[in-house]
Design a protein around this ligand. Structure first.
Ligand code: S3P
Length: 165
């Protein structure tokens, strides 16, 4: 089994991945962490600042390639993977893509609570634009879509599990 969680920043991919990995006994793979390790920078923000977004996307592609034939995994992706068809091709191989869907207001609430904001979420207007551009892409790649607004993690995990097992 290979579960690939997609969705915008703050949609809860990391949290849901942790609980799914525990419940279904799957290895957890966090693409942001792996991309960061490959970069030898200290944070994703630093990669964006010093190397640029394009470099980060290259790292994401390498990571996606490297994990494409893994099994018994739950993969937490970065919110931007849907912008690159090559990355999605690697991720989709034998995997079920689960879109964790959240409204922009919820996303904004969650991201604003973070001490360090993701590099593409510094400005709310541009984040909203990105959200609107990506929405149809998440839908396009999703095998299943889970609404997450006003639901707790256990509830979300239960729905994913029911739909995939
Ligand atoms: C990004 C989302 C981040 C991270 C990077 C770029 C994006 O991941 O990959 O900051 O383009 O939406 P999360 O969705 O895990 O925050």
């Amino acid at each position: 089994m290979k579960i690939v969680l997609i969705g915008f920043m703050g949609a809860g991919k990391t949290t849901v991945a942790k609980i799914l990995s525990y419940k279904l006994n799957l290895e957890i793979i966090d693409m942001d962490n792996l991309a960061l390790k490959k970069s030898r920078r200290l944070s994703i923000n630093e990669i964006f600042q010093k190397d640029g977004e394009a470099k980060f996307r290259e790292l994401e592609l390498e990571v996606a390639k490297g994990i494409s034939n893994k099994d018994k995994v739950v993969i937490s992706t970065g919110g931007g993977v849907v912008m690159n068809a090559n990355i999605m091709n690697y991720l989709k191989q034998e995997g079920s893509v689960v879109y964790l869907k959240a409204g922009f207001d919820k996303i904004k609430e969650r991201v604003m609570l973070k001490k360090v904001r993701p590099p593409l979420f510094v400005n709310i207007e541009s984040a909203k634009k990105l959200f609107d551009i990506r929405q149809p892409l998440y839908e396009k790649y999703a095998d299943i879509t889970i609404e997450t607004d006003n639901r707790n993690v256990d509830d979300i995990v239960e729905e994913v599990t029911k739909k995939l097992t």
